[in-house]
Design a protein around this ligand. Structure first.
Ligand SMILES: Cc1cc2nc3c(=O)[nH]c(=O)nc-3n(C[C@H](O)[C@H](O)[C@H](O)COP(=O)(O)OP(=O)(O)OC[C@H]3O[C@@H](n4cnc5c(N)ncnc54)[C@H](O)[C@@H]3O)c2cc1C
Length: 402
């Protein structure tokens, strides 16, 4: 059962993860579970997903590499194993995805001892949900153009501004916030904060409705929000450096404290094959159509290539540039998701106009929903165009784009 490279201690941990996941796989709830954090909408879904994350954390499969005093397991190298086993088990994803994937590593690298002890344990257990306040109506790809202003008044900061596309803000206790503390310098005028959201005076969270018809992300308005200086993360004017740490994790170039879970590409392609088998085309199943089969097989080959890329990225001798392989991950995975959903819509034909909750919709209407959501994923965390720019400029050494 162990992987070829596991040490005896790692093999034992892997075996524990597999056993625990086999014994504790949650029974599906009587309502539709969201497939990604941008879909979380109802209180019922939040409660269910928080309870699941808490249980997995208590079992020691989240934050395995983090020190025990910060709510972690204290075992370097174990998170990669836990994440792989969570992914293999295909269990539900963790609701506190921004906390786990972005806030926790940023706090670990840049936070004070007090901040790490205060904020990390309830983040891992999902007792406190986190959101990310980077994008603004006038600055997304050009993140350093952020205009939300933090004004120093004694040992307090007063924050005013407008953040947008803020995933999970409607459930969040805390936000990691990039704000401008000086208008004189673009990059050196940014400072990074932890700010309260739920119930904080001066904070308004407004849900945004996506083309899927669901909420899931929001706009957040700050009007004279007062926060103590103890909520600043790292030095005044060092916000850009701190934000780069967040982005390194957000774009998948570094291991986060809890990953895996959720539906894999293989699961989605298996559902697509089932769909093709049950869809009639010209008197036979769509799965027997050589063009459809070819398209699906090409998707499977891309998924396999992505998996091998992940393995290769861990072997230093196989990569000429440390970021070349990890930086491709976000681009490839989101584009595969989009192409799988597009293939499913083509298999469905006219039926792809039937949506969630329509009893005649193939596979519960999941594919038109997945297709519309897939666009958000190629935009979030840096658009595909920006990812290609980064690869071109930083990895291939090409001339900088404007
Ligand atoms: C589902 C989803 C969830 C999100 N969650 C969050 C969140 O929780 N917190 C948060 O802060 N933000 C979040 N975002 C916002 C996201 O980070 C931004 O949408 C993204 O960075 C793009 O910024 P923008 O929307 O302002 O587009 P713009 O930057 O205005 O870009 C518009 C278009 O121009 C292209 N473009 C821009 N600059 C260049 C360039 N230099 N070269 C080539 N093409 C370029 C882009 O690729 C894009 O196609 C989320 C977005 C989505 C879709």
């Amino acid at each position: 059962m162990s992987e070829r490279k596991d040490t005896p201690e790692q093999a034992e941990f892997r075996e524990y993860c597999r056993r625990w996941l086999a014994e504790n796989r949650p029974t599906p709830p009587p309502f539709r579970l969201p497939q990604s954090p941008v879909e979380v909408m109802t209180e019922q879904q939040r409660v269910w997903l928080c309870a699941w994350q808490k249980k997995v954390h208590q079992a020691g499969l989240i934050a395995c590499d983090y020190p025990r005093e910060y709510g972690g397991g204290g075992h370097q190298g174990f998170q990669r194993i836990a994440s792989a086993e969570l992914a293999r088990a295909g269990v539900p994803y963790f609701i506190n995805v921004i906390g786990l994937g972005m806030a926790a590593p940023t706090i670990l690298h840049h936070g004070t001892e007090e901040q790490k002890r205060r904020y990390l344990p309830p983040l891992f257990s999902s007792d406190e949900i986190w959101c990310q306040g980077f994008s603004e109506p006038g600055s997304g790809s050009d993140l350093a153009g952020a205009q939300t202003f933090a004004e120093r008044r004694g040992d307090q900061w007063v924050i005013n501004g407008h953040k947008v596309w803020t995933t999970l803000a409607h459930f969040a206790s805390w936000m990691i916030l990039l704000a401008r503390s000086s208008r004189e310098h673009k990059y050196d005028g940014l400072t990074y904060f932890i700010v309260p959201i739920a119930g904080a005076p001066g904070v308004t969270v407004r849900p945004l409705v996506k083309m899927t018809g669901e909420t899931g992300f929001n706009e957040v308005l700050f009007e004279d929000l007062h926060v103590p200086d103890s909520l600043r993360l790292d030095a005044v004017g060092k916000g850009w450096t701190v934000a780069m740490t967040t982005l390194l994790y957000e774009r998948g170039a570094a291991e986060s404290p809890g990953g895996g879970g959720g539906e894999s590409h293989e699961d989605r392609i298996a559902a697509l094959i089932e769909l093709a088998k049950h869809t009639r085309r010209d008197g036979r199943s769509a799965w027997e159509n050589p063009v459809t089969r070819d398209r699906i097989l090409k998707l499977l080959i891309r998924v396999e290539a992505l998996k091998q890329l992940g393995r290769r990225a861990r072997v230093e001798a196989l990569t000429d540039h440390p970021m070349r392989l990890p930086l491709q991950g976000k681009l490839l995975t989101t584009e595969i998701s989009q192409d799988v959903a597009a293939a499913a819509l083509e298999v469905e034909g006219m039926s792809s106009t039937l949506y969630l909750r329509d009893e005649n919709a193939p596979q519960g209407g999941r594919w038109p929903h997945a297709y519309m959501n897939s666009y958000g994923l190629t935009i979030a965390a840096g658009t595909s165009e920006i990812q290609r720019n980064i690869l071109g400029e930083r990895v291939l050494g090409m001339a900088k784009s404007k």
